[in-house]
Design a protein around this ligand. Structure first.
Ligand SMILES: *Cc1c(COP(=O)(O)O)cnc(C)c1O
Length: 365
């Protein structure tokens, strides 16, 4: 049993993917070829955002957003410690300081009730993460940001592309939305890729320039940028994968609901979803004690599991100096107990019951 099944997906889309790849090899525009803009247009229509700027990775999307906002030394960016390192890493890389706000214990997303206390005159952005595919409390975050002089909000939507939030789409909920097309994300390519979304025309133009070394025209470097483009081939692959994406999202929702109901019947706690939004379940995550033993027992029954994330950023060597060791109790506790189960669009419904009962036995010892 695979944790994420990209092989079945490939078999289902093989003719479309090979055709798209062949088209690129034939036209030969490997950098910024026609598929790049074609993908951006499709994603603009899908998300509802005015602008999509594809880029080299999700990490690069976060970095370029921060660059476009002019965040730099002396600035603070509010974010969560319970995320993949890239979120805080790009804030540090640009010279600013990540200011951690603890998470809600049931959703593992940033706790909005604790944000205001962390805002200072140096706060230049708020960067929530829509963890495990579930959008953070973006309306409340935007309202707080507006009250404090329109602080820009960047949604780290690397795990949530395709997720609904009160009838709107993840990535189109704030100043910037940043996603990733890393192969195992809900919408993935076959290498690295990512995208920035915004409704701000000026910021979109700045991002487009940053992506090509700050050029506003060929060899006119208006600003400092970087080489942040997404390969034409990877854009072509995402275009092919979009043909099955809505079906995949539907399957993810079904499997997630089935996991919820089955685990509930076994009394196993899991990451909760709010009723006003749909998770795309980049991960389906439960809470267990004695995690290593549970993972070992699952493995002996042929069931893979993973941990996102075993050490919160507030306890990582590179970031621990940013807050007190006991400053993030919920993130610290979640990191000890979270465990993700197999989740992908091709997971047969019958397997959910088998995984849940194996998990129940594994927890019992
Ligand atoms: C995957 C991920 C990233 C980084 O995306 P890449 O495309 O791998 O650079 C950033 N933030 C979060 C929350 C992620 O899950």
């Amino acid at each position: 049993m695979p944790f994420v099944d990209l092989k079945t997906q490939y078999q289902a889309l093989k003719p479309q993917i090979l055709k798209r790849i062949d088209d690129v090899l034939e036209h030969g525009q490997y950098i910024m070829g026609p598929e790049v803009r074609q993908l951006e247009e499709r994603l603009e229509a899908y998300s509802g955002a005015r602008h999509c700027i594809s880029c080299a990775s999700g990490t690069e999307a976060l970095l370029m957003s921060l660059m476009a906002l002019g965040v730099g030394p002396g600035d603070e960016v509010i974010t969560t410690p319970f995320t993949f390192a890239a979120t805080a890493e790009m804030i540090v890389l640009i010279g600013a300081k990540p200011v951690f706000v603890d998470i809600e214990p049931d959703t593992c997303n940033i706790d909005v009730a604790q944000i205001e206390a962390k805002i200072t005159s140096r706060t230049r952005a708020i960067m929530p993460v829509s963890l495990y595919g579930q959008v953070a409390d973006m309306d409340e975050i935007n309202a707080i940001a507006a009250r404090y002089g329109n602080i820009p909000v960047i949604e780290d939507a690397a795990q949530s592309f395709g997720a609904d939030y009160k009838g709107r789409k993840s990535c189109n909920l704030s100043t910037f939305g940043c996603t990733s097309f890393f192969p195992s994300k809900p919408l993935g390519c076959y290498g690295d890729g990512g995208a920035i979304f915004t409704n701000d025309d000026a910021l979109a133009q700045v991002c487009r320039e940053i992506r090509v070394h700050g050029q506003s025209r060929r060899y006119v470097h208006t600003r400092v940028g970087l080489g942040g483009r997404m390969d034409t081939l990877q854009c072509a692959i995402v275009l092919a994968k979009l043909e099955r994406f809505e079906w995949e999202i539907g399957r993810r929702l079904e499997i997630g609901a089935l996991y919820n109901a089955t685990l509930e019947s076994f009394g196993i706690p899991f990451v909760r979803q709010r009723l006003d939004r749909n998770s795309v379940f980049a991960q389906y995550t439960v809470f267990v004690d004695d995690r290593e033993a549970v993972q070992g027992r699952l493995k002996s029954e042929g069931i893979p599991s993973a941990v996102h994330y075993p050490i919160p950023l507030n306890l990582q060597p590179a970031y621990a100096h940013l807050c007190r060791p006991d400053g993030m109790p919920n993130a610290t506790e979640a990191a000890k107990r979270v465990m993700s189960l197999p989740m992908h669009a091709d997971l047969p419904a019958e397997e959910v019951g088998r995984i849940a009962s194996a998990l129940s036995r594994a927890i019992a010892g």
